[in-house]
Design a protein around this ligand. Structure first.
Ligand SMILES: Nc1ncnc2c1ncn2[C@@H]1O[C@H](COP(=O)(O)OP(=O)(O)OP(=O)(O)O)[C@@H](O)[C@H]1O
Length: 251
């Protein structure tokens, strides 16, 4: 069994702030891996370094054995990425974005056209055919971002909060697509704050706290007999803070 994604000692500082503090993570091929953590825990920074969007201060990231910094062409050809706050060509329609990015990746024109049509239909973006990306809602932007990540049929998908702002019907569609991708041999790493979603979809989970991995492995092993939410709160703490600090709100 190959390793889809291997992070070793990944570190990132922003000024005095250590955002990611030597993260190690092994994502086995064929796994559906959830990355959970509080706001500011370091998930986005980790995933950005994992796919070559942000240069680490230390450590390595390998996708199927290809280092994202020393062999970027090999690594990036086999990964599909939905980054946080995706920057898109705003003045293109969804179909034009997919065509543009597909051709940039060196895909054949007819293959791009066929896959773009299918993705737009499945993700219910075909009705917005004439709309420019700048006119898209947040959820629609997430969906077109996901379509760009899937277009070249990658072996690994790295998705930062793929369900954020997505309506339940579209979420169900996306879940089906992602499950099908894993069933077909693909591997996925996604970040989420929604524990129920991670429990529903993922077979592996890593809990990130203050830039380090505090628990990782098969889902059942990490949560034991508890729910993932209880396990998570137990690991990262801070249960009653909000209630205590805002006591003036209650009558
Ligand atoms: N460009 C930046 N400049 C300065 N600090 C940053 C930058 N990007 C992230 N940070 C800091 O690094 C830490 C980790 O941020 P990151 O976005 O990785 O967390 P996250 O786990 O993805 O959070 P969230 O769940 O809120 O998206 C935070 O303290 C954040 O303020």
């Amino acid at each position: 069994m190959q390793t889809a994604l291997e992070l070793r000692g990944l570190t990132k500082r922003f000024g005095d702030k250590v955002a990611v503090d030597g993260i190690d993570l092994t994502v086995p091929q064929g796994s559906f891996y959830g990355l959970v953590g509080q706001n500011g825990a370091g998930k986005t920074t980790t995933l950005s370094m994992a796919v070559g969007l942000l240069r680490p201060d230390g450590g390595t990231a390998q996708i199927f054995g290809a280092d994202v910094w020393t062999a970027p062409d090999t690594a990036k050809a086999i990964v599909g990425v939905l980054p946080d706050g995706l920057a898109m060509p705003e003045r293109l329609t969804g179909r034009e974005v997919l065509t543009y990015l597909g051709l940039l990746r060196g895909m054949a024109k007819d293959v791009v056209a066929q896959r773009a049509a299918e993705l737009l239909e499945v993700l219910e973006l075909d009705t917005a055919e004439k709309a420019l990306v700048i006119e898209y809602s947040t959820g629609m932007r997430k969906k077109i971002g996901l379509a760009t990540a899937l277009l070249h049929a990658p072996r690994l998908l790295v998705l930062d909060e793929p369900f954020e702002a997505v309506d339940p019907v579209s979420a169900a569609t996306i879940k089906t697509i992602l499950r099908g991708f894993v069933a077909g041999g693909g591997s996925i790493v996604l970040s989420s704050h929604v524990m129920a979603l991670v429990e529903q979809l993922c077979d592996h989970v890593a809990v990130v706290d203050a830039g380090t991995v505090v628990a990782a492995g098969p889902l059942d092993q990490v949560r034991g007999t508890n729910t993932l939410e209880d396990t998570f709160v137990g690991l990262v703490g801070g249960q009653d803070k909000g209630i205590k600090e805002l006591s003036w709100l209650s009558k």
